[in-house]
Design a binder for this molecule. Structure first.
Ligand code: GLN
Length: 316
């Protein structure tokens, strides 16, 4: 049933060519625009894939929920929210702006908030911060994840907006020194490599309330998952988050390499990869595929027929 639906969605959109591959650095512009991978991992650990589900790409902004989760676990809820807010920004993900009332980033799903969270991990872990992040992502994925050093090298030499954001936050006491070390940590976390299948497993770990359903590794608490999913729901899809909530109705996060992951609470994680992006910076085919899957299985959080959860549990 799930495999059939994935195959159908793959066939339906494989020829779709609209959108543009991110080209702000050469290492991303060289992605194969035709790659299209889909994966679903259930909260019981079953794996279904279609197309290029094992093609590696860098995680980019889809790292943000996981570093936020690590900050909540390492520093606690109160300390975390001294460094980041919980409101959609209404601005581009890389805006050089803080909440004018609180002077902290609007939320952990935009660059400022993600850099602030990386700063918290750096304060807590010092030179071991990157290894703490990489280990946490790997546990979510159930696989040792490495980095793409070409992507890291070209991002770090061009990360001027992120440096500007970091210095603004350093001036306001949101992050501490060394500023360059924090920018480097954030940039390195963005260069961690995943695949659609691994992203789906990471999403399934959130769906399974913090326990990887394949390895049974308990990684984060149910309360951390609740915070992460809530902010993915309201802020995870850039300036398309509102329309996405209407059309798909699931907590999700996209990234500039063309990945999208979505979580169906207690049921499945969805991971998609297709590098061509729309004007919001979201993958064109990944969005179409998610709309289709949500319709097919009644996954929307506010499914009007109220058969969302029970329908899928019949299939699983
Ligand atoms: N590394 C990118 C940046 O910080 C990630 C952005 C993204 O995926 N939207 O600009």
């Amino acid at each position: 049933m799930i495999q059939g639906a994935l195959d159908k969605v793959y066939e339906r959109f494989v020829k779709e060519q609209s959108g543009e591959v991110a080209d702000y650095i050469p290492a991303l512009a060289s992605a194969n625009p035709d790659s299209f991978g889909l994966a679903i991992v259930t909260a019981k650990g079953e794996v279904y894939t279609a197309g290029d589900a094992d093609t590696p790409f860098t995680i980019q902004s889809q790292s943000k929920p996981f570093t936020f989760a690590l900050a909540l676990e390492e520093c606690g809820i109160d300390a975390t929210y001294e460094h980041v807010g919980t409101e959609p920004s209404g601005d581009a993900f890389n805006s050089i702006v803080l909440d004018p009332v609180t002077n902290v980033p609007f939320n952990p799903m935009v660059n400022s908030g993600a850099i602030s969270m990386a700063g918290l991990i750096r304060d807590a872990r010092g030179d071991d911060a990157f290894e703490a992040i990489r280990t946490e992502y790997s546990r979510f994925a159930g696989a040792e994840l490495g980095t793409d050093s070409d992507v890291f090298d070209s991002e770090i030499t061009t990360a001027h907006r992120n440096r500007a954001i970091a210095h603004l936050m350093r001036a306001g006491g949101v992050i501490s020194d060394p500023v360059e070390g924090v920018v480097e940590l954030y940039t390195r976390q963005c260069s961690i490599e995943v695949t659609a299948t691994r992203l789906a497993t990471m999403a399934a770990t959130l769906a399974n309330i913090g326990t990887n359903p394949i390895t049974n590794d308990n990684i984060v608490s149910p309360m951390t998952v609740r915070h992460v999913l809530s902010l993915m729901f309201t802020c995870g899809m850039y300036d398309y988050a509102g329309r996405w909530a209407l059309d798909v109705g699931l907590p999700a996060k996209s990234g500039v390499t063309g990945g999208v992951m979505a979580v169906v609470n207690r049921q499945i994680g969805i991971g998609l990869y297709s590098p061509r992006l729309d004007e919001h910076g979201n993958s064109v085919r990944a969005i179409k595929a998610c709309v289709e899957l949500a319709d097919e299985f009644g996954l929307h959080g506010f499914e009007f027929s109220n058969t969302g959860s029970s329908m899928l549990s019949v299939y699983l």
